[in-house]
Design a protein around this ligand. Structure first.
Ligand code: HEM
Length: 317
């Protein structure tokens, strides 16, 4: 995937990476966000509805190998899974379409995002960074949230602890544009739903868990049997805003099933492979285009800039 030619976008991307570095510290070889992760492999099998939606290779062929990375939030590679800041959890899916050919879904476990643009997200991070416990009220973050209702809503949305990465649901948040073979265009947002059902821990149950409970559990779970998810798509209706991740669509919008991801193994050389793999929020495959959501192109640039830095680094942790 290429870096965009828009220098301003790349500059904003670098500033955002610097802002994460400032909050979480430098951890060479790890991601500045969603640093703690694990990679698994499996297969995606599409539905007939997926094929009718768009002639994307993984929607058309019978089965596609996938690589999935589950992660905790924050740029702290050692964050305890029991820390509230480890939520929302991440799930990134790579559909391996051929040698060095792939398309990805990057999703997290809260349905929404605090800001519409990367510039606002940078303001949000700067406000977080300058709102330590000793900062007098009104702290910069209080001022920011006071003027940004969508960010306030995101911050206040409960982010419960999952029993397992395999019992959490995940949301693509930014809309994609799908064009069928007949030229019919639809916008949709991914929802990834665990076949085992969504299951969360109570506060007391969280207290009884260890700092790596999520990562230990998913390895045990996948060793005991396949871990499956249904990939769904909430389809926008006429007039729905498709370029703003902070705006929810009405719940009565149709949700169609695109297929099933079945995970059956942990990647053997996990740490080295995590350092290498760079997920791409832009699909870059036949039939699926990004919407005009300004987060998409920016994130693609950021993940690439950050991924290149990570690949070049020597891991110390
Ligand atoms: C301006 C908005 C955003 C910024 C600045 C941002 C920043 C980042 C950065 C720096 C990384 C590390 C990338 C790498 O080193 O490979 C990352 C990863 C990630 N982000 Fe975002 N992000 C944004 C929006 C989102 C949204 C909307 C979602 C949810 C759909 C999301 C979910 C994730 C996930 C799941 C990962 C981990 C991917 C992996 O496993 O490699 N991010 N983000």
């Amino acid at each position: 995937m290429p870096l965009p030619s828009d220098e301003k976008l790349v500059e904003l991307g670098n500033e955002l990476i610097k802002a994460f570095d400032g909050i979480f510290g430098l951890h060479p070889g790890f991601r500045p966000a969603h640093a703690k992760g694990v990679l698994l492999t499996g297969t995606f099998m599409p539905t007939a509805e997926a094929k009718a939606l768009a002639p994307a290779p993984h929607f058309v062929q019978q089965a596609t190998p996938v690589t999935v990375r589950f992660s905790d939030s924050t740029g702290l590679p050692q964050i305890p899974d029991t820390d509230g800041n480890a939520n929302p959890r991440g799930m990134a899916i790579r559909f391996n379409l051929g040698e060095h050919v792939h398309t990805d879904i990057v999703a997290h476990s809260t349905d929404g995002f605090p800001t519409r643009t990367g510039g606002e997200f940078l303001e949000f991070l700067k406000a977080v960074a300058t709102s330590g416990p000793d900062t007098p009220s009104p702290k910069p973050i209080e001022v920011f949230l006071g003027g940004h209702p969508a960010a306030l809503k995101f911050v206040q949305t409960p982010k419960p602890f999952p029993v397992s990465f395999g019992t959490e649901d995940y949301f693509g948040v930014t809309a994609m544009q799908f064009t069928s073979e007949a030229g019919e265009v639809k916008f949709g947002r991914y929802q990834i739903v665990p076949k085992a059902g969504v299951a969360r821990l109570s506060d007391d149950e969280v207290k009884a868990k260890g700092p790596n409970y999520s990562f230990d559990e998913i390895k045990e779970r996948v060793a005991a049997g396949p871990v499956a998810f249904e990939v769904k798509l909430q389809v926008a209706g006429p007039g729905d805003v498709v370029d703003d991740a902070t705006i929810h669509w009405p719940v009565e919008r149709p949700v169609i099933s695109l297929g099933t991801v079945v995970l059956d193994a942990v990647v053997a050389d996990d740490a080295a492979e995590q350092q290498k793999i760079i997920f791409d929020p832009i699909p870059r495959c036949a039939g699926i285009e990004p919407s005009d959501d300004p987060l998409l192109e920016l994130r693609a640039a950021i993940y690439l800039l950050s991924g290149r830095r990570r690949r070049a680094a020597t891991q110390a942790e």
